[in-house]
Design a binder for this molecule. Structure first.
Ligand SMILES: [Zn+2]
Ligand SMILES: [Zn+2]
Length: 310
């Protein structure tokens, strides 16, 4: 079965939005060049090894992937699983831009579209259209990138916000400035320009390239392989290794059953670092209205969300 809507009769029956993820006739060369450049930079990183670069990598990973993509883009902005003061919401969204996966508005709209049509016509990246398609084919061949109708329908809350309007244009700026800061900091500090370059290759290129694939695995692997606690009307699975790589996003069947829950791991062994981060914010009084799904919930039952114990 294909979820791509290219036939006229499907367009008639499903109206507008299935059109948006139709396979584009044109290969997206701009995205290809950007993605290829980051992969080349990732290889270059291996030739510029320095112990301090590992630290730069890990810190940038923590802020770019865990805080930025998982906690901010996914659990807060897409699903509103918790709320924070605006200054913190904006700061964490800026962390998300450092993973170069697009602006918060774009990312949120595409992901909400995925939840609305999971593994059905309209899903932007279902493995039912092919494993390669769900991993990165949809980015290189898809036609979702500048669909203003899709953005206003699926992320109107972010589109109304002046800060997110600004980030929609300038989302590439924070990581560019940080890249320059790493280059200058490494060069001016301890080890000259070679160390500066090493910090850039590890903190920006290698980290972003691996971050791409780790995020894409949630779209591909956790709709293909793993276990299913909930009998959701899609192919979503729980995958321990994707969960380890992403800090908890791999408990994806739990998540599709209860998308609003800020907690994705349901038992002590379903490790969910990103939820620990949200709990830490709650302990500090910075996260409120933390919605948590309890295991006794039945699929589709949204009534037993409650404030977290944090
Ligand atoms: Zn999914
Ligand atoms: Zn989600």
């Amino acid at each position: 079965m294909t979820t791509l809507a290219a036939k006229p009769q499907q367009i008639e029956t499903h109206k507008t939005f299935e059109l948006l993820q139709a396979k584009s006739a044109e290969f997206n060369w701009v995205f290809f060049v950007v993605i290829a450049a980051f992969h080349l930079g990732a290889v270059a990183a291996l030739f510029t090894f320095h112990w301090s670069s590992i630290v730069v990598f890990l810190v940038m990973w923590l802020f770019g992937q865990n805080v930025g993509i998982a906690i901010s883009y996914h659990r807060q902005l897409t699903h509103r699983g918790f709320s924070t003061p605006k200054w913190l919401e904006y700061a964490m969204a800026v962390c998300g831009t450092m993973s170069l996966q697009g602006s918060p508005t774009y990312w949120v709209a595409v992901h909400r579209l995925h939840h609305q049509y999971t593994d059905k016509p309209g899903d932007p990246h279902s493995p039912r259209d092919g494993k390669w398609w769900s991993h990165m084919g949809w980015i290189l061949h898809g036609s979702l990138h500048s669909e203003t109708a899709m953005l206003s329908r699926y992320a109107p809350d972010l589109q109304r916000d002046r800060f997110y309007q600004w980030l929609a244009v300038w989302h590439w700026l924070p990581i560019t400035l940080i890249g320059i800061a790493l280059l200058v900091g490494g060069s001016a500090g301890l080890g000259g320009w070679k160390l500066g370059l090493s910090w850039v290759f590890w903190g920006v290129f290698l980290r972003i390239a691996i971050g791409f694939h780790v995020t894409w695995l949630v779209n591909s692997a956790t709709h293909l392989w793993g276990s299913r606690r909930f009998k959701t009307r899609d192919d979503s699975t729980n995958s321990w290794w994707v969960a380890l790589l992403t800090g908890g996003e791999g408990w994806h069947n739990n998540h599709h059953a209860h998308p609003v829950s800020a907690r994705h791991g349901m038992t002590w062994w379903e490790v969910d670092f990103n939820y620990w981060g949200i709990q830490l914010l709650a302990l500090l009084g910075l996260a409120k209205n933390v919605k948590v799904m309890h295991l006794r919930a039945t699929p589709g039952d949204r009534t037993n969300y409650g404030p977290s114990g944090a």
